[in-house]
Each structure stands twice: as C-alpha cells, then as structure tokens.
Design a protein around this ligand. Structure first.
Ligand code: AMP
Ligand code: ZN
Length: 111
C-alpha cells in the first residue's frame, strides 16, 4: 500500500521522531501550523476516524493514554488534539493521525 505514514511507521521514510513504542509513533509535522505541531499515528494502517472499530480501538485508546506523556516530551501543557476525518474535513493523508498543536497563536475558535 502506498501510504506515506505507513512508510514513516516502518522507518522507510525518515521523520522527526518524538515518541515511539510497539503500537504508535509521534513525529513532528513537516509543515507546522503552530509553534508546536506533532502527529500521533497508529503503526497499523487505519484510514481515518471512520476506520476505528472494536478490533483496533485498543490502539486508539493507547494513543490517548500516551498523549499526556507525549505533550510533556513536546514541552507543552496546553494543547489542542485534532483529527480531520475525510477530504471534506481537510484530511490529506489517509492514515489515521491526531494533530497535537500548541503555541501562542492558538485562539479559542476551532475553525
Ligand atoms: P491532514 O491534512 O489532517 O491529513 O494532516 C496531514 C498532515 O501531515 C499535514 O499537516 C502535513 O503537513 C503532514 N505531513 C505530510 N507528510 C508528512 C511527512 N512526510 N512528515 C511529517 N508530516 C507530514
Ligand atoms: Zn498507512
């Protein structure tokens, strides 16, 4: 499968790695939209939030359990977690990812 985040997960494409374990990887976004901008992905290919099922949701649970630790590694306490689901919502990479965004330019508005 020609998936850029699967290639980042298997190490065949380099990334600015922040955190890695058996199930998930966090790396810096290549085109940061905030002072701190990282992405957390499952190593297993899940296309989007719409691809989350009872069979793979343990990995998603693990992502959320690890986000506080990842935020500490990123040096932030206040941050936003976003997942765009589908092209119409701005998803450009069809491998589930959660953006972690932080910085002084984050306002109260979501969009
Ligand atoms: P989305 O638009 O929600 O699908 O987010 C995809 C994100 O992946 C964008 O913020 C891109 O900047 C980021 N991105 C794409 N390719 C790479 C890459 N090779 N390394 C790091 N981030 C990437
Ligand atoms: Zn993938």
């Amino acid at each position: 499968m020609d998936c850029i985040f699967c290639k980042i997960a298997d190490g065949s494409i380099p990334s600015g790695k922040v955190y890695e374990d058996d199930l998930i990887l966090c790396f810096k976004d290549i085109n940061p939209q905030a002072e701190v901008h990282a992405l957390v992905i499952p190593k297993q290919h899940i296309a989007s939030v719409n691809g989350i099922t009872a069979e793979n949701s343990d990995t998603v649970k693990h992502i959320f359990e690890k986000i506080p630790e990842i935020a500490k590694l990123l040096g932030v306490n206040d941050y936003r977690v976003i997942s765009n689901c589908g092209e119409g919502a701005g998803q450009t990479v069809m491998h589930l990812h959660f953006h972690i965004l932080s910085g002084s330019n984050l306002g109260e508005r979501l969009v």
